[in-house]
Design a binder for this molecule. Sequence first.
Ligand SMILES: *Cc1c(COP(=O)(O)O)cnc(C)c1O
Length: 423
Amino acid sequence: MHFISTRDATHRATLSETLTRGLAPDGGLYVPADFPSVDPRDAPDGSLPAIAAHMLRPFFAGDPLADRLDTLCQDTFSFPVPLRDIGQQTAVLELFHGPTAAFKDVGARFLASALSHLNEGADQPLTILVATSGDTGAAVAAAFHEKPNVEVVVCYPKGRVSDRQERQLTGWDQNVRTVAVAGDFDDCQRLVKASFQDDVLSGEKRLSSANSINIGRLLPQLTYYAAASRWYAARHGAVPGFIVPSGNLGNAVAALYARAMGSPMRPVVMATNANRSVTDFLDDGTWNPTPTQETLATAMDVGDPSNMERLRHHWPTIEAVRAEVDAHLVTDEAIEHEIRRGPSTWDTIWDPHTATAAAVRARVGGPHWILAATAHPAKFDTVVEPLIGETVPVPDALAAVMARSTPAPVIDPTMEAFRRFVL
Ligand SMILES: *Cc1c(COP(=O)(O)O)cnc(C)c1O
């Protein structure tokens, strides 16, 4: 089982190589050369680590990481991922019980464990660059902090993440450093991408990335969709559809991977915020990335989602894309409406991201839908609390991470400034 670049199918790489490099040398994204056929119902038991190892085994065959697969899956899913029924033949897959209270803990913990292991004995640490719209950076910082053989540089758009997100991003020490960029998320993403083409930086450092451009994010994420489809079928005797709050599309593409590999799943629907490049693409078939627009679901404020390149690689025509996935746009007004009615309608407090999925649930109709719950509402207290008129209790793990905050330096969104900071 090998991986290829979205831009050059003749470029082959092993799992370890793709995880270490992040981006392919030609600037493309790594994708599986083909999808192995794996049914989650054949896993030895129904626990998430067991299903995850079962789903990922073909990708690990013959790789230096092969005998680490079970440990990796246990390290990654060291926290519960409950599938909770909320009535009206709807369930919520709660992906936010990790250290930073968002689903990005999953990919970050998988990568941290894999990369730290792969770099044992190297004479220079691997430098992981992360551009974050809020949750990725925090998850990566928490997952890599104090891990040997790896260091992390996190950059985030100043003033465009929530106060609590910012406190999670800053205040790290030792092998984790954070910088605020005076710009938006696309500026941050551009700086990270350009770093790999930068002769000075790539000469001085061994660079890798932990954004959703790294296939090491998608692989563990596909496993919870596979697991949820098995759990749902066992509980309700029905095949569920999935609604996924989407920004950079890493989580939604992971769901499509799980289904392509043979997990029993009905439609996958992306819920986007007011950033409309994806819904416009599905409507009229032309891909026109738009400038990023700020919304209440900040971690989904992406005008030019990088995983579109993976989506269009696997499903190259608009007809193929439409057959695979649907998308619905949810405005800030609709997000507020869902959060407000969450406690009475679903007995649930939504965060602004998961609220987009709840809004789409009302539109798709029919039974048997699973909503991917991507963040804990306590991370977005300033949005959520005024709408529901009550305080959201902060989970212990989140409180511990936030307690360590100190301000990060701010730089201009230029390569020169970023290079200086990294070096
Ligand atoms: C990152 C994030 C998303 C969007 O996920 P993508 O994989 O980028 O589409 C949704 N919700 C939350 C809370 C996030 O942190």
